[in-house]
Design a protein around this ligand. Structure first.
Ligand SMILES: NC(=O)NC1=NC(=O)NC1=O
Length: 174
């Protein structure tokens, strides 16, 4: 779908199609609908990014809390969204050894204990080894730094999910 088709979508279709570009946060998509028409893909992505940036800390932490743990209960229980399932599988989260799975689970819990929101990383831009490394390294950061880093990762996830749905101007060039 190109940006003209996006701009022509009625509200319900806009949210049905784009509502999960930020995991389980359709309110973000619902909010930016009123900023259409978007001159191009970048403008749509910027509208989402700006809405997130304008949220108070509690709102940003709420977005992070909407993300399922990597290799967590949702993956094991088959309750991940399609996007998350594909992203996590792509980073090998569904093929961990038992030792890897228990250290990911332990580090996820440690992280959540410390910050009150889950560790979030854009799985499609990394791999299992880097996830394990980042999980232990980032646990030592300050809360504000991790809130900002997590939101950065959410924006990367959002951009990739948007690119899967909407033609970005780069891909329009032959
Ligand atoms: N906690 C997470 O980082 N979750 C995820 N990252 C992704 O890229 N997809 C997820 O489900």
């Amino acid at each position: 779908m190109d940006i003209a088709a996006v701009n022509a979508l009625p509200y319900e279709d806009f949210v049905n199609i784009l509502g999960n570009v930020v995991e389980k946060c359709p309110i973000i998509t619902a909010a930016v609908w009123s900023r259409r028409p978007f001159v191009n893909f970048t403008a749509l992505e910027a509208a989402i990014s700006e809405f997130i940036d304008e949220l108070p800390e509690s709102g940003k932490e709420g977005i992070l809390r909407c993300h399922p743990d990597l290799a967590g209960r949702d993956l094991r229980g088959g309750t991940l969204t399609r996007e998350s399932r594909e992203e996590q599988a792509g980073a090998g989260m569904d093929a961990l050894s038992s030792a890897e799975a228990s250290s990911v689970a332990r580090l996820n819990e440690e992280y959540k204990e410390r910050f009150g929101f889950p560790f979030v990383i854009c799985a499609r831009m990394t791999d299992k080894a880097n996830i394990l490394r980042q999980l232990s390294e980032r646990c030592r950061n300050e809360r504000a730094a991790e809130r900002a880093r997590g939101i950065e990762e959410v924006k990367k996830i959002c951009r990739l999910r948007l690119q899967a749905l909407v033609l970005s101007e780069a891909s329009n060039k032959l």
